[in-house]
Design a protein around this ligand. Structure first.
Ligand SMILES: CC(C)NC(=O)n1c(-c2ccccc2)cc2c1CN(S(=O)(=O)c1cccs1)CC2
Length: 233
C-alpha cells in the first residue's frame, strides 16, 4: 500500500485551489431559478444563458487564485481562459448535475436542459458526459484540481509561452495523482480515468461551436461576455 506523502508546497497548493473552488460557486439565486415553474423553451434558454454567464465570471475569479497564473504573460492568461471556458462550463455542469439535490430536482434540471432548444444530436453526448463524470464520484478536491488542469492546458490556441503553463500544470497533475491514490486506494487506474474525461471534454467542446450555431430558439441572443469568451457574433 503506497504511503502518500504531500510536500509542504503541495499542501499549500491543495488548500489554495480548494478554497478558491469553494469560494467561487454559481450564486444560489441563479441555480434556484432553474426550479421555478416556467418551462418554455425560451425561458429555459434564458436560464442557461444566465447560468453560463455567471459561470464564466466564477471561472475568471477562480483562475486568478491558481498559484502562478497571474505571473504568466497577460495575453497567455486570456488565451488559457478562452481556450478552457467551454470545457470548464461542461465540467461545472456535470458537477452541478451530479450534486446531491432534493428529490426530483435533478429530473427538473435535466428536463429544462432538454427543453432549451439544444439540438437532439448534442443532448446525447452532453448527458453521456455528465453521467461519466457522475460515475467517478470525485471528491471536491479532485473536482477543483481537474478544473485547474483543464485551465492550465499548454496547447490552447495562441499560447506563446507553453513551457511556463506546462510547469504549472505538472504541479497540479502530480498533486491530483496523489489525491487519487489517497481517496481511491482500491482503484489504481482512477487517475488515468480522470484524465480520460479531459479527452471526452475536448470532444464535447468541439460540439459546442455547432451547438451555438444550431440553436433552435429563434433569434437566440447570448450575453456580451459569452459572445466574447466563445468568439461568436
Ligand atoms: C452550471 C452551468 C455552467 N451550466 C449551464 O449553464 N448549462 C447546463 C447545465 C447543466 C447541468 C446543471 C445546470 C446547467 C447545460 C447547458 C448549460 C449551458 N450551455 S451553453 O453554455 O452552451 C448555453 C447555450 C445557450 C445559453 S448558455 C448549454 C447546455
Amino acid at each position: 500500500k503506497e504511503k502518500i506523502e504531500f510536500t509542504t508546497e503541495q499542501q499549500a497548493l491543495m488548500r489554495v485551489i480548494t478554497d478558491a473552488y469553494n469560494k467561487h460557486q454559481i450564486p444560489q439565486d441563479v441555480t434556484k431559478k432553474l426550479l421555478q415553474d416556467q418551462y418554455s423553451t425560451e425561458e429555459n434558454f434564458l436560464l442557461l444563458t444566465e447560468m453560463a454567464t455567471s459561470q464564466v465570471q466564477v471561472l475568471v475569479e477562480f483562475t486568478k487564485n491558481i498559484p502562478g497564473f497571474l505571473s504568466l504573460d497577460r495575453e497567455d492568461q486570456i488565451a488559457l481562459l478562452k481556450g478552457s471556458a467551454v470545457e470548464a462550463m461542461f465540467l461545472r455542469s456535470a458537477q452541478a448535475l451530479n450534486k446531491k439535490m432534493p428529490i426530483g430536482h435533478t429530473e427538473v434540471l435535466e428536463e429544462r436542459i432538454h427543453k432549451s432548444g439544444i439540438s437532439e444530436e448534442f443532448i446525447k453526448p452532453m448527458f453521456n458526459f455528465y453521467k461519466s463524470i457522475g460515475e467517478l464520484h470525485m471528491v471536491l478536491e479532485e473536482q477543483a484540481l481537474l478544473t485547474t488542469i483543464t485551465i492550465l492546458t499548454p496547447d490552447r490556441p495562441y499560447v506563446k509561452d507553453q513551457p511556463a503553463v506546462e510547469r504549472l500544470q505538472e504541479n497540479v497533475l502530480d498533486l491530483l495523482r496523489k489525491m487519487c491514490v489517497l481517496h481511491h486506494p482500491q482503484e489504481p487506474q482512477y487517475f488515468a480515468r480522470l484524465l480520460g474525461r479531459l479527452t471526452e471534454l475536448r470532444t464535447l467542446s468541439h460540439y459546442h461551436a455547432e451547438m451555438l450555431a444550431s440553436w433552435k430558439v429563434n433569434n437566440h441572443k447570448f450575453t456580451p461576455l459569452l459572445c466574447e469568451i466563445w468568439d461568436v457574433q
